[in-house]
Design a binder for this molecule. Structure first.
Ligand SMILES: Nc1ncnc2c1ncn2[C@@H]1O[C@H](COP(=O)(O)OP(=O)(O)OP(=O)(O)O)[C@@H](O)[C@H]1O
Length: 286
């Protein structure tokens, strides 16, 4: 899907890279966004009404029961899925499709297997005809940022899961998006790698000040990374709780304030999940 995003808007990449406003984050304004899917003859309400303002450079984490529409919301913000109602504005402009200002990253880093790390990171830049020397310069910069120096010529199958995810982050950053939409990016990684990537992502975010919307099932991850944590209801998803996290950064997962906040959020999340179990399937109608 990322390939689709890159190629779809290839001609915008060089403009984005030279556009000052593309550096750092941009605000997102989500107004009355709803989504209903048609699944084998029945309508499935995935998202109820979502109203949400995200500031430029803010790091927002989304938690919620499985199937409550978190990925759907990211896809709508990315412009890969159309909302059934409502609008998303990125930097004041209504989102009408994918754009290089918004990049979606998934749990499985979808690296191009026929390209090495350097080739992957250069991919979007090559598409718009940025010259070889400049491409290499930009790629080196981001490969270094994600600590993959020395692995420029490795292919996806030669990398660990954490390294693949780092390469995918470098590839996304190379085209200088203003918004990173991250869908459980570390969900498949072991705890140690995940902790390291938290530290790295936080450092990258502090340097680049991108706007980040990060979906996770891991409450501690959300508290460690987010300026704000949103808890969604069961499907059709809506925001039922919002927590502002103002602990100093970098944050330690062992910090007792963080652990206490995670426990508080977990109890809200558990309530949401219990209501889902009691009430059964939400939002489906024939
Ligand atoms: N393209 C699609 N066509 C039909 N139904 C869809 C489509 N995409 C998502 N859905 C449905 O919408 C609902 C929300 O899905 P979504 O993947 O957004 O949830 P989620 O909160 O990200 O779930 P999880 O936490 O399990 O990843 C689900 O019931 C899913 O089956």
């Amino acid at each position: 899907m990322q390939q689709q995003t890159l190629s779809h808007t290839g001609s915008a990449i060089s403009a984005a890279r030279h556009n000052k406003s593309a550096e750092g984050g941009i605000p997102l304004q989500i107004r009355g966004v709803e989504k209903t899917f048609s699944q084998r003859g029945r309508l499935v309400a995935a998202l109820s009404t979502i109203d949400l303002d995200i500031a430029a450079g803010e790091f927002v984490c989304i938690l919620g029961p499985s199937g409550c529409g978190k990925s759907t919301l990211l896809s709508i913000i990315a412009g890969l899925e159309e909302a059934s109602g409502g609008t998303v504005q990125a930097d004041g402009k209504v989102v009408q499709g994918p754009g290089t200002d918004r990049i979606l990253l998934f749990q499985e880093a979808a690296l191009f297997p026929w390209l090495d790390v350097q080739g992957n990171v250069e991919f979007g830049l090559r598409q718009v005809g940025i010259g070889a020397r400049e491409r290499a310069r930009i790629a080196h910069q981001y490969i270094e940022l994600v600590h993959l120096k020395g692995f420029e010529h490795s292919y996806a199958h030669q990398l660990s899961g954490g390294m693949r995810q780092r390469a995918a982050i470098a590839r996304a950053l190379a085209i200088d998006p203003a918004v990173l939409l991250m869908d459980e990016p570390f969900g498949a990684l072991d705890a140690l790698t995940r902790d390291r990537l938290h530290t790295e992502l936080e450092a990258i975010w502090s340097t680049t000040r991108k706007t980040v919307v990060f979906v996770t099932h891991n409450v501690r991850e959300a508290v460690a990374l987010g300026d704000r944590v949103l808890v969604f209801s069961p499907r059709p998803g809506r925001i039922v709780h919002e927590f502002h996290i103002d602990f100093p950064r970098p944050r330690s997962l062992e910090n007792h304030l963080l652990v206490d906040k995670a426990a508080e959020i977990l109890s809200v999340l558990s309530e949401a999940m219990e209501s889902q179990e009691k009430e059964g399937d939400h939002g489906a109608r024939a």
